[in-house]
Design a protein around this ligand. Structure first.
Ligand SMILES: O=C(O)[C@H](O)[C@H](O)COP(=O)(O)O
Length: 299
């Protein structure tokens, strides 16, 4: 059973209990480029109380550096080493777990942020934002030259997805022996400022269906993401809380990592999802309407 936070003393108790606060971004701090009311003040309140703040996002469209630009643009204090995106975690996974030989490459379905993180980890790639893949011309195998050095396909949220990208990824995954299928995350939807859009999971779904196999997924709720954070941020799980809006990523992620979980209702999950007749079996430790509610914390 979750504890519903609703009074200034509830908020004060939580602030006292946890030293490290991991924040999901989309649906918790903002919706698209629209800040959640009170988010800036509450983050400031946590910093004034010397809390460690980490931003943990499955959104692979931006690198850590480009997320820092977004934080700056929105007037939210954030430092690059506090930001952990699934693009970064995927690049670290490929460089430190797969350990690709220098001449090997990955084929990317994704955007500039994912390319930037791969480059920063020294990983060669083809595809991604390359204009040649952005064509709306029908894909033809007879004109396609397979790059035999491609040993993995990486798929993240790509708002310019098309049949050519899916077809090239499918060729690599079916014709290059041992080619790895990796997705940055599997979120079904993306909570934009004006409503839900298909998420990264919906971008890789056609490949899963065509291949008849599941990829390795790096982002929340996978432990890969948490291992990446622990290696850099060294937090104490017993005094850490994950604040998220999505039960099957953020809350499961916290539970898998042995950290406490706080669900907010400003993103994907609604009141109905946690109290209705078909309430989810995923039960967060705490629930609050919005992160902004912490503004009224008892002094
Ligand atoms: O489709 C996606 O990639 C996700 O909906 C989105 O980007 C999630 O971001 P987060 O809520 O983890 O910040």
């Amino acid at each position: 059973m979750s504890s519903r936070l609703s009074t200034p003393s509830d908020y004060a108790q939580l602030l006292d209990k946890y030293d490290t606060w991991m924040f999901d971004c989309d649906g918790v701090l903002w919706q698209g480029d629209k800040l959640i009311d009170g988010a800036v003040e509450v983050l400031q309140l946590l910093r004034e109380r010397n809390k460690k703040i980490l931003f943990v996002t499955n959104n692979a469209t931006k690198s850590r550096k480009s997320y820092k630009t977004k934080f700056d643009h929105l007037g939210v204090e954030a430092h690059v080493d506090e930001i952990f995106g699934s693009a970064y975690a995927t690049a670290v996974y490929i460089s430190s777990v797969l350990k690709l030989p220098k001449e090997k490459k990955v084929y990317v379905i994704g955007m500039a942020g994912l390319e930037e993180e791969l480059s920063d980890e020294g990983i060669a790639y083809v595809g991604g934002t390359d204009p040649i893949d952005k064509t709306l011309e029908p894909f033809s195998l007879e004109n396609f030259e397979l790059d035999t050095n491609v040993v993995a396909v990486v798929c993240g949220l790509d708002t310019t997805i098309n049949y050519t990208k899916l077809s090239k990824a499918f060729q690599y995954l079916t014709r290059n022996p041992g080619c790895q299928f990796i997705v940055t995350n599997e979120d079904s939807t993306y909570p934009s400022a004006h409503g839900l859009l298909p998420g990264a999971g919906a971008i890789s779904a056609p490949l899963r269906y065509a291949l008849g196999k599941d990829p390795v997924s790096i982002g929340k709720p996978a432990k890969t993401m948490l291992d990446c954070i622990q290696a850099k941020a060294h937090y104490d799980p017993s005094r850490t809380i994950m604040v998220g809006d999505r039960l099957n990523t953020d809350i499961l992620f916290g539970q898998a990592g042995g950290i406490s979980t706080l669900l907010v209702l400003t993103g994907i999950t609604s009141e109905e999802d946690i109290t209705g007749p078909n309430a989810s079996a995923i039960v967060p430790d705490f629930v609050i309407s919005s992160i902004g509610d912490f503004r009224s914390t008892e002094k």
